[in-house]
Design a protein around this ligand. Structure first.
Ligand SMILES: [Mg+2]
Length: 374
């Protein structure tokens, strides 16, 4: 019997890339995006790539880029090195049993394993996950310059160039009335040519949410993302029941267990799927299955990853039969520079699912050397 192929080395690399403009969210303003890139080398010479990128340091989640790197380098890599590469489920069980939380780090390693296996077998990652049902997916753009006129101009440009016609507005850092004015002005300017959605990133109290959602629904907004604190499941359920406009859980729903709780409580109409939140590609599909069983809509979310993490999400989301709210996989487009040799195929309001082996993307070593943190 042939000796099993083993993992030889794992490296987590911090990469700081400038954004095309300041990106204003309710909790922070981003001017650079820090990617955490994982390189997983196997003894047969195959290397897999993964990404564990978060939004605004510690402002979105409990894992910072530096902590993710430490979790990988100091804890997960020693656990996985010398481990055979024949079963991603064995690798996942090993990580889950030895490490609490740290879903971003585990997700990047599972992705890197799948990329390596795909390259080894000559198959795209989506094929390893059962096969793609979509070759292209729609992509929303986030208008978050902080300025109404600038956001309208940006949206008009996106429409004209056939880049995006789904727009998400990041709100919650101003008074509810100011946010409503901002969103309504943008929706009015774009009219029926575009769909406008909002992400409050947990910023509102329940009372503010009632006031805000009522006005936004009247203005023609189609989706309200995470209006209240992630832990306020009952408040989310009351808001979902009270309004016709769809309410989406993002920070409230990470993995299948969260999804089960929200579904049982009728707390949301839509779930935002994100690989790192769930703890990896397989866990994301488990959450999607809960949503499908419960009749909850699906949306392909982003942690504003670069091309590697975005490609991983594309492969996973392409296997879902129904993704009725589309995706927001625009992360690479927010960055001025990239660290891959060939970017994703963005065109006609969407993006193509890569077709090459594994993730279907290759590192540009020169760019990586230039932007990696020293
Ligand atoms: Mg969100």
């Amino acid at each position: 019997m042939a000796m099993p192929i083993r993992i030889e080395a794992i490296e987590a690399i911090l990469v700081d890339l400038p954004t095309i403009r300041p990106h204003r969210l309710s909790m922070t303003t981003m001017r650079i995006q820090t990617l955490v890139i994982v390189r997983l080398r196997c003894l047969d010479g195959v290397e897999g790539l993964g990404e564990a990128t978060t939004i605004g340091g510690l402002s979105y989640g409990a894992e910072s880029p530096e902590a993710i790197k430490s979790a990988i380098d100091d804890y997960l890599a020693p656990l996985l090195i010398e481990h055979p590469v024949d079963s991603v489920r064995a690798l996942r069980a090993l990580m889950r049993n030895a490490v609490r939380g740290n879903g971003f780090a585990r997700s990047a390693l599972e992705t890197a394993w799948l990329d390596a296996q795909g390259k080894r077998l000559g198959l795209p990652l989506s094929t390893l996950l059962g096969g793609a049902l979509h070759q292209r997916l729609p992509v929303a753009w986030t208008l978050a310059s902080g300025d109404t006129e600038r956001d309208i101009a940006e949206a008009e440009q996106c429409l004209e160039q056939h880049r995006h016609r789904l727009f998400k507005l990041k709100i919650g850092s101003h008074d509810v009335a100011d946010d409503v004015r901002h969103v309504s002005a943008i929706k009015q300017a774009l009219g029926e040519r575009a769909e406008v959605r909002v992400d409050v990133n947990q910023a509102w109290s329940e009372a503010q949410a009632v006031q805000g959602i009522r006005a936004l629904e009247a203005a023609g907004v189609t989706l309200i993302e995470q209006p209240v604190d992630a832990r306020l499941r009952d408040a989310l359920a009351r808001l979902s029941a009270r309004f016709d406009v769809a309410v989406m859980a993002d920070e409230s729903v990470c993995d299948a267990r969260d999804g089960f709780g929200l579904a049982a409580a009728h707390a949301a109409d839509v779930f935002a799927l994100k690989l790192p939140k769930a703890g990896g590609p397989l866990a994301t599909l488990e959450l999607a299955a809960i949503a499908e069983a419960a009749g909850i809509g699906l949306y392909g979310g982003t942690m504003l990853e670069g091309t590697i993490g975005t490609a991983a999400s594309l492969h996973v989301f392409s296997t879902l039969e129904r993704l009725e709210w589309g995706t927001e996989l625009f992360g690479p487009r927010l960055l001025v520079e990239d660290i891959v040799s060939c970017g994703l195929d963005y065109a006609e309001f969407g993006v193509g699912v890569p077709t090459g082996p594994g993730l279907g993307v290759e590192l540009d070593e020169t760019q990586l050397a230039r932007y990696r943190r020293r």
